[in-house]
Structures are given as C-alpha cells and as structure tokens.
Design a protein. Structure first.
Length: 192
C-alpha cells in the first residue's frame, strides 16, 4: 500500500541526517507481516532481488527497456555512479553509525548502513542519486512489517524530467506487481 510521505518523514530514522538534499518520492507499506526479529528476512529478500524476476511481464519489459536505454545513452556507466559522479552517503555517516549491510546480488545498489530496524542502500546514474530505505515498523494489528521509502536527488533538469516521466509507470505498472511478488516470496520465506 502506498503511504503518505509523513509515514517516513515523521519517524526518527537515521537516514534523515544523511539526506537533507534528497526528496522522498515514494513510501510503501510492504506486505511482510512478521515478528520483531524478522527484519533480517526482509533485508535478505531485497539484497537478493532482481528486476528480471518481477512477477509482471509488463514491469519486466519496462525494466528491460530502461536497462537498454541506459546502455545506449550511457546513463549507467561506472563514471556516473556512486563514488565517481556522486559522493557516497557512506562519506556522510556520523562516527556512531558505521558503514554496513549486505552486498546486492543483481540490483545496482550498495549498502550504506544497517541498524536493528533500518537499512539504507544507494545507487546513482546520470539521471539520479537514489536511496532505498527499508525499515521494520510496528504493524496495525500487532507484530511488525516492512516499510520502504525511495529518496531521490535528481541530476539536473534531465533527472527531474526523467523522474516525472517514469512516475506513472512506477505507480501503475511496477510497484503493484512488485508488492504482490514481495508478498508471495515473504510467505515462502516465513514457511521455509
């Protein structure tokens, strides 16, 4: 379920210290009900994720087109990424928050930090510097659930135009099947 931005901004997450120049684009309640100690399952699910495994053929096609366009226009070159075009958020970490988190197997993200209830990972290309922030929050009927916030710092006018262009696709064609896929994989992991 899509949530208001305040569902992220009103909570005392450490990510706020690192991203005052980023905009919150999306906040989602993840279909991942669990116990207080199930956050690591959510982290493992996302770190092993892949756009090619999205349950929607339309979403897979859109990702495939996006990766092809990135290849053609050089949007995703290493020279456009974290540590080259943009400074890593790891360089902004305060002394009491060490850089940590898992490696991603397929997605172009790098972990920034991991605590007991929040995880931040970043990626950058010629269009944006983006952060995926996962958190483990109390659920409405007891227990806990995951929450995902997407924070973005567009790269100039092209980055702002790009984010505006893909907005409807994200909300109509990408996120809904992604949430269904997360729910299915979550149930499998809990029952394993």
């Amino acid at each position: 379920m899509n949530l208001p931005k305040s569902a992220h901004t009103d909570l005392p997450w450490r990510i706020h210290e690192l991203t005052p120049d980023f905009q919150v684009y999306d906040v989602w309640a993840l279909p991942t009900p669990g116990a207080a100690d199930d956050f690591q399952l959510l982290i493992d699910l996302f770190a092993g994720g892949d756009t090619a495994s999205n349950p929607s053929p339309i979403a897979r096609l859109l990702f495939s087109i996006r990766w092809k366009l990135g290849e053609l226009f050089g949007w995703d070159k290493a020279s456009a990424g974290v540590g080259t075009r943009v400074q890593s958020l790891r360089d902004r970490l305060p002394a009491d928050l060490p850089a940590s988190g898992p490696e991603f197997t397929q997605l172009p993200f790098n972990s920034v930090y991991l605590t007991g209830n929040e995880w931040a990972a970043e990626m950058a290309n010629r269009t944006v510097h983006a952060v995926m922030h996962l958190s483990w929050v109390p659920g409405s009927s007891g227990g806990y659930r995951g929450q995902m916030a997407v924070l973005v710092r567009p790269n100039g006018w092209w980055g702002r135009a790009y984010m505006g262009l893909i907005g409807p696709f994200r909300h109509l064609l990408v996120y809904p099947p992604l949430m269904r896929g997360i729910a299915a994989e979550w149930r499998e992991r809990l029952n394993a």
